[in-house]
Design a protein around this ligand. Structure first.
Ligand code: CA
Length: 232
């Protein structure tokens, strides 16, 4: 049996069955519910490791479920949304969801998202007090010195690029929306300036991923935002 317990929140029985069959085949433990109220209750009583949350629920809005769980817990939440719920997906991430799956999704996609989240869970448990140095693959950020390196090479980031990199690094594994990044790096008056964010992100990436042999650290989520990936 996996040490991870998953709370599956989905009112659509065929989708719920697909998820639970997949989890069962991989020896995950799980609990299921088809309502938002049920989700909040099961999250509180079982304290699962990961929540898989459908956004379109019959009673409560999925985003409201996230807000309620976030009022007392940081447990990872992966949102499952239909394509028609794209703006809800972004609201869900801003409300504190960690990642998302878009319907229809494959079993492989579901398992990949769970692995990313498990890795993030491991990072969260190890983090405890904030580390003075962040290490991910060849990337190293020395927070106390305010410098970032790729292997031995100083990345020579501008102050904004460095701030952007630190935000991504501190949230490794989590999808950050454009709005979240703009608010946290530039301030709330910039939250709609996605064009500027793209320019800074391109500049940061050029320094971070210029070497063809270097890993892809920053993942783009089109229309949503970016994620710092954990490099093995
Ligand atoms: Ca639904």
């Amino acid at each position: 049996m996996s040490k991870y317990q998953i709370l599956v929140v989905e009112d659509d029985a065929p989708v719920r069955n697909l998820i639970t069959t997949t989890l069962k085949a991989r020896d995950y433990r799980f609990i299921t519910t088809g309502t938002g109220e049920g989700a909040v209750m099961e999250a509180a009583s079982h304290n699962p490791d990961i929540v898989l949350l459908d956004l379109g629920l019959p009673d409560l809005d999925g985003v409201e479920v996230i807000r309620r769980i976030r009022s007392w817990s940081n447990m990872p939440i992966i949102v499952i949304s239909a394509r028609s719920e794209d703006s809800d997906k972004i609201d869900a991430l801003d409300a504190g969801a960690d990642d998302y799956l878009t319907k229809p999704f494959s079993v492989d996609e579901l398992l990949a998202r769970l692995r990313v989240t498990q890795r993030r869970l491991g990072l969260m448990q190890n983090a405890g007090a904030e580390q003075a140095v962040y290490q991910n693959g060849l990337l190293r950020v020395d927070y106390s010195a305010g410098c970032a390196y790729l292997g031995e090479e100083d990345l020579k980031l501008t102050p904004m690029e460095y701030k952007l990199l630190c935000l991504l690094a501190r949230n490794t594994g989590k999808v950050l929306t454009h709005r979240f990044i703009l608010q946290n790096v530039w301030g709330s008056s910039w939250e709609n300036d996605i064009g500027s964010l793209r320019v800074f992100m391109a500049a940061l990436r050029k320094k971070l991923e210029s070497n063809t042999s270097s890993a892809r650290y920053i993942q783009t989520h089109i229309g949503v935002g970016y994620r710092m990936q954990k490099i093995d």
